[in-house]
Design a protein around this ligand. Structure first.
Ligand code: PMP
Length: 349
């Protein structure tokens, strides 16, 4: 740390991203990427767009907005794009949080990091003993609220009616629902933005749309909330979504069959893999996401992580009380999951 670091940041602990090793060395199941590459029709647009890179990109993401809004039947004033949903979350913090922000104590790590970065009090709400978000803990909080649905790393979902109850009891505060994994369970609040002026739905092209490396996230909310977010975005970085990413995103919306097919393959594989885990004596939380969160009574989470790593399989372990004995395993291709099942069988038996 230099003597020049702003004193308010001296205790800031940065987010630790999952390892990004040489992809040929490991079966990489640690950061919830889609195991399938983007459709060829999507990557083909890069050659069309590249000659225009001497120009700035469109700060309003017009073509992308039009394709996206047509697809989801929303008005173009009801959405905003950013450099990954991480940036959307940061913009939400900057735009809506006053003094404190509430979120589940076990959830996406960035919620706490952003609380520290933006000098806010983090009001962390414990999960229930069975790792669920209990709606009653979120009523009348008088704070901005963030909930990932499905939650990460548990994979558990909360119902739309529970979310509506939270929205109705927090009318004076914004409730942000982070739907990074929602396409893998088909529970989405997107429709609710028409009815609730305090709801921001956050989504990403990183998981279900095969574009983690392109960095594209979005917010969907009523026009007034999006206007507020745009005011901050345009005061911070108007050109936040580069030209290549805008083109990739637009093209990906048009490849609907490919999108749905990849999701369905991941869901099928998730369900098969959970059955394999059951046979090996693992306890696995019900997953609405493209990963599973699982534990075995004979091994700690760290042991499982290390034993898999020794076999060139990379998963995620969180060194955090109450989830210490779990590992989070991203769902890969059937071939990858066969190798994971085989490795786990060797470890357990
Ligand atoms: N929300 C959740 C719950 C996540 O797990 C992640 C990525 N790991 C993100 C948001 C951010 O995704 P991205 O910035 O790639 O859109």
């Amino acid at each position: 740390m230099s003597k020049y670091l702003a004193s308010r940041l001296s205790n800031l602990v940065a987010y630790t991203p999952g390892e990004q090793p040489d992809k040929d060395k490991y079966i990489k199941l640690n950061t919830n990427e889609n195991p399938y590459p983007p459709a060829k029709e999507v990557t083909d647009v890069l050659t069309e767009v590249a000659p225009n890179l001497h120009l700035y990109c469109d700060p309003a993401c017009k073509a992308l907005t039009e394709a996206f809004c047509n697809y989801y039947s929303i008005n173009k004033e009801e959405t905003l794009f950013a450099n990954g949903s991480d940036e959307i979350l940061a913009l939400c913090y900057m735009t809506f949080c006053e003094q404190s922000v509430a979120f589940p104590s076990i959830s996406y790590g960035f919620y706490e990091v952003y609380s520290d970065l933006f000098c806010l009090d983090a009001y962390k709400i414990p999960l229930t003993a069975d790792f669920r978000v209990d709606k009653n803990d979120y009523f009348n909080l008088d704070k901005t609220i963030i909930i990932a649905n499905p939650n990460a790393p548990t994979g558990l979902t909360i119902s739309l009616s529970d979310i509506e109850d939270i929205l109705n009891t927090n009318k004076d505060n914004v409730v942000i629902i982070d739907e990074a994994y929602a396409d893998f369970c088909d529970v989405s609040c997107k429709e609710l933005v028409k009815a609730y002026d305090n709801l921001v739905v956050v989504g990403t092209f990183s998981k279900s749309r095969n574009l983690a490396g392109a960095r594209l996230g979005y917010a969907i909310a009523c026009e007034a909330l999006i206007e507020d977010l745009k005011r901050v975005k345009n005061s911070f970085n108007p050109y936040n979504v580069n030209m290549l990413t805008q083109a990739l995103g637009t093209a990906s919306i048009k490849q609907d069959e490919y999108f749905k097919n990849c999701i369905s393959k991941v869901i099928t594989e998730r369900n098969n893999f959970i059955r394999q885990l059951d046979k090996l004596g693992f306890s696995t939380l019900t997953s609405g996401a493209n990963f599973v969160f699982t534990t075995h009574c004979k091994f700690s989470g760290e042991e499982l992580y290390n034993k898999l790593r020794d076999r060139k399989i990379l998963v995620r372990h969180f060194n955090k009380e109450s989830i210490n004995n779990f590992v989070r395993i991203t769902i890969g291709t059937p071939e990858q999951m066969k190798q994971v099942s085989k490795a786990l069988e060797e470890i357990i038996l």
